[in-house]
Design a protein around this ligand. Structure first.
Ligand code: PEP
Ligand code: MN
Length: 339
């Protein structure tokens, strides 16, 4: 249920209603909008709850939330959420661009990439220190040493750091270094990890599982939101289909569809979504045209030598060219890209 407060409801009235909701054994999420505040009351409810809450001070009405995902639903909040994490802002007019290597490999690599992507207009640096690899024999990442290198890159450039966390027991450590915790496609339905990321208070980039439906993605986001963390970005990174010409199939209708269902910002990953460097530019432009609030792109000073995902990675010049072209598409759809 949503307890919709009257436009002029006071702080005391809102607090009183939060206590009433909690008194009924429900969890209360206060969502402050530009015009009015609503309280999402989450948990199993009884028909008499609606009547009881509707009589509360400052309450305009109590309405059911029809979507299975509650706090993520645009029924609860019409205005788009803007997620801010250091230099990164995703969800406003300006499109946030997260760029960097698939994996952090060494100091020289991460610093060179960070400077180059910043120069081209990226607003955050990506780089995996903990890598979820299909084979246990593939490079698994530099782990804490990689996090230290990311910290150095942030100090050198001021770029926010986006890095993956693969296990709930690592959340506290990764959260000490990261501005944004990336939850990877393979972990989208790792519910303990989602809860731990929710409790961390650090912004989260939640990637869609390759065989997850959009409703499952939104319900995964709901775990993070329900744990008390409102700063969630959703990421379309391609799904598995019968098609073999690309590594995954990148469905861009996800962007406007999600915008119709949720207030959370939507990021697109054309690197994993295509799996081929030569396809990344056009799909980046298409993502901007489709309304993406953010982009995440793999960039490496020498992709041929990359320790993971080199075949879908841009070099620094290719990234700069894509940024220049993306700015023109962004302007055509009334958006902008920093830099
Ligand atoms: C990555 O961003 O390098 C990554 C492993 O992504 P995904 O979880 O989307 O496969
Ligand atoms: Mn990768």
């Amino acid at each position: 249920m949503i307890v919709v407060m009257k436009p002029g409801a006071t702080g005391a009235e809102i607090q009183h209603m939060v206590e009433r909701v909690e008194g009924l054994g429900l969890r209360a999420h206060v969502i402050v909008g530009a015009e009015r505040t609503v309280i999402a009351a989450i948990g199993s409810k009884r028909p008499e709850f609606k009547e009881s809450l509707e009589s509360g001070p400052g309450v305009a009405q109590v309405v059911p939330i029809l979507a299975p995902y509650k706090v993520a639903s645009s029924e609860v909040k019409a205005e788009r959420t803007v997620v801010r994490a250091g230099s990164l802002s995703v969800g406003g007019k300006s499109i946030g661009v997260i760029a960097g290597p698939c994996s952090v490999e060494n100091e020289e690599q991460i610093l060179a990439t960070a400077h180059a992507v910043k120069q081209a207009g990226a607003t955050a640096l990506r780089g995996g220190a903990y890598k979820p690899r299909t084979s246990p024999y593939s490079f698994q990442g530099l782990k804490e040493q990689g996090l230290e290198l990311l910290k150095r890159a942030r100090e050198a450039t001021g770029l926010a750091v986006v890095t993956e966390v693969v296990a709930s027991e690592d959340v506290d450590l990764v959260a000490k270094y990261a501005d944004v915790l990336q939850i990877g496609a393979r972990n989208m339905q790792n519910y303990r990890l989602l809860e731990a990321a929710g409790k961390s208070g650090v912004a989260v980039l939640l990637k869609r599982g390759p065989s997850a439906t959009i409703e499952e993605l939104l319900l995964a986001a709901e775990y993070i939101l329900d744990a008390g963390n409102p700063n969630v970005m959703l990421c379309e990174r391609g799904i598995r289909t019968f098609e073999a010409h690309t590594r995954f199939t990148l469905p861009l209708a996800t962007v406007p569809y999600l915008h119709s269902k949720t207030h959370l910002p939507v990021v697109v990953d054309p690197s994993h979504g295509t799996g081929h460097t030569y396809l990344v530019a056009d799909m980046t432009l298409a993502s901007v045209a489709a309304g993406a609030d953010g982009l995440i792109l793999e960039v490496h000073p020498d992709p041929e030598k990359a320790m993971s995902d080199g075949y879908q990675t841009l070099n620094c010049q290719q990234f700069a060219d894509i940024m220049a072209r993306s700015r023109r598409v962004a302007a055509a759809v009334d958006r902008e890209i920093a830099g």
